[in-house]
Design a protein around this ligand. Structure first.
Ligand SMILES: [Zn+2]
Length: 84
């Protein structure tokens, strides 16, 4: 893996760094937490849309969460974000 360059202060960082040495920006790898929240909201919405949270609704909700998590993880596998 090549080194990272902070977009805020252009400091070079090793790939495993969690914060930027130059500007203290947080380095986030992988799936953004907002994507997981969106997935959770979608799953709950679909669960509620089945009208009653019966066994089928819970199964659907769990399936969406599991499949969605796997999809998100592979989708954002190479994502690196700097947050300040
Ligand atoms: Zn920086």
């Amino acid at each position: 893996m090549s080194d990272l360059t902070c977009p805020h202060c252009h400091t070079e960082l090793p790939h495993s760094a969690n914060t930027c040495h130059g500007c203290q920006a947080e380095v986030e790898y992988g799936v953004p937490s907002s994507a997981f929240i969106l997935l959770l909201i979608t799953a709950i919405f679909i669960g509620v849309a089945t009208r009653n949270m019966s066994l089928g609704g819970w199964v659907a909700l769990t399936a969406i969460l599991v499949c969605g998590s796997v999809a998100l993880t592979s989708l954002f596998a190479n994502r690196i974000a700097f947050k300040r």
